[in-house]
Design a binder for this molecule. Sequence first.
Ligand SMILES: C[S@@+](CC[C@H](N)C(=O)[O-])C[C@H]1O[C@@H](n2cnc3c(N)ncnc32)[C@H](O)[C@@H]1O
Length: 287
Amino acid sequence: MTATLFSLETDYTVDMAVMDNLDYLHKIPDESIHLIVTSPPYNIGKKYEKKALLEHYIAEQAATIAECVRVLHPKGSLCWQVGNHIGSDKEVIPLDAILYPLFKEHDLIMRNRIIWHFEHGLHCKYRFSGRYETIMWFTKSSDYTFNLDAVRVPSKYPGKKYFKGPRKGQYSCNPLGKNPGDVWVIPNVKANHCEKTIHPCQFPVELVERLVLALTNEGDTVLDPYLGVGSTVIAAIKNNRSGCGCDTVAEYIEIAWDRVNQYWEGTLKTRPMDRPIYDPTLPGGGQ
Ligand SMILES: C[S@@+](CC[C@H](N)C(=O)[O-])C[C@H]1O[C@@H](n2cnc3c(N)ncnc32)[C@H](O)[C@@H]1O
């Protein structure tokens, strides 16, 4: 069932459906989406997935990726956020390595392999505990949207000046802040995170917001074909972009609509992008 419940008179819309993503993507016109951000199942037997043979999983991903490439705008970006698949004998299989060739089959160009580092997760007994996942960012061409100024972070030494040479006395860093780099330290959504819902694997809204701000302009459309509880759509509408996506689990889409409505009512809590990481050595955790 597709439910375009709200089509706001402002310059963005929301469309979220309970649907398999291939069916959903088939309805979207060619080259109409400016940014795709998603986190697919990792084939590790979570509540919302059946663990399949790796070949089957890769074939399913290939079909969804092909449709995503079709709907992606020529100046658009595609961001696939993944962790590890755990194989037999508890072998760690990095999904970005496995899936990368599927994107190259479509001649997509990788712009960054972003490391998303977080502090919380399972404590492993027989290997080091996993504390990062990756975001593969691809574009269709070398003419793509990249708004660096929209996502700069505070410089380490904001008042630092050149002490010699022709620019002596001038500030040596950009007054708007520095490039955030490709290692992003952002808390994952665990039990005490303000965005936590019943979904076992939400990604944080602030992670998607950085991509939305950098890779799209106001009024553009952002799609998530594995939408879960709508974190991508929230990140889009918070920043005056249209958001759309689908999930096969009706309960997740209901929660996604609740979150969108809470956002419109001004009651939705999301972790702000500029909040420092909790540091137990500082008073109040440095918050
Ligand atoms: C890792 S979760 C994504 C969570 C999401 N990023 C969020 O913040 O809520 C993957 C989601 O993909 C959904 N899913 C799995 N197969 C699907 C398919 N074929 N079409 C649409 N959604 C699917 C699952 O129900 C699950 O909610």
